[in-house]
Design a protein around this ligand. Sequence first.
Ligand code: AMP
Ligand code: MG
Length: 282
Amino acid sequence: MGYAHRVDGERKIHLKDFDPHGHADVGREEAEEKTARLCEEMTELQEMLYAASQHSVLIVLQGRDTSGKDGTIRKVTGPLNAQGCGVSSFKVPTSEELAHDFLWRVHAKAPARGQIRIFNRSHYEDVLVVRVHQLVPEKAWRARYDHINRFEELLTDSGAIILKFYLHISRKEQEQRLLEREQDPTKSWKLSTSDWQEREYWGAYTEAYEDAISRCSTSHAPWHIVPADRKWFRNLAVAETIVEALRPCKKGWLAHLEEIGRREKAAIAELRRNHASAPPHP
Ligand code: AMP
Ligand code: MG
């Protein structure tokens, strides 16, 4: 079993069954070394993904405020080649976005074949914050779990590899991180009264996350619960999950690239033969 907990069948999960502080007996130094090696392998796999252009990769990062979505993007996917990788952050919808269905703005950001795209928050906000604050009627958000499953199936049918991560932090760790932000001037841009207000809804968010993870974990688009109180273990778990999902594709990508090479070499040889037999230019 990997360092993150994969949920891929429709069964009810309870977050209290997962330890946010867990580290699978791995120490910090070992975790950082392993993460570095995994990130190197990830960049090699990315190059093949890009060249073969048969699949795309969608990485969904969800978690409460301060759970480490930004840090994961910096530390785990930071080393990727920017040419084949992008991040989309989903904020409070604009009035134009609200005038469309909830997946409209999300579908537009789905990765093209050959590309990796990271969602910093995602369409899941439409069954999380929207549910907790009743921003639409219950009937509307309840219908969204099925919409999401069908949408993700459409993406995977079109070649997407979807990896969804819930960064699982404890209430205590969140408090510490929020207080740290107040002490560190380089982090003050992240200060927000809404983080303290949202903390009041801890239980409602727990229920919303448990339902989202339980209802939208499918074999084609599983959720991964990541113990995230220790940043270095969180990085290791996310890096490992990404690499293990891509590794099995490597053989197929290489075979496809060799096929392209053979075809192009034959075309070049044909061109040279035609040149050699053609009369010289007047
Ligand atoms: P941050 O990630 O700190 O930049 O904050 C983005 C804010 O946008 C969070 O408070 C999210 O809950 C909020 N947000 C994202 N998507 C939605 C949505 N579909 N409806 C309402 N609020 C959203
Ligand atoms: Mg925030």
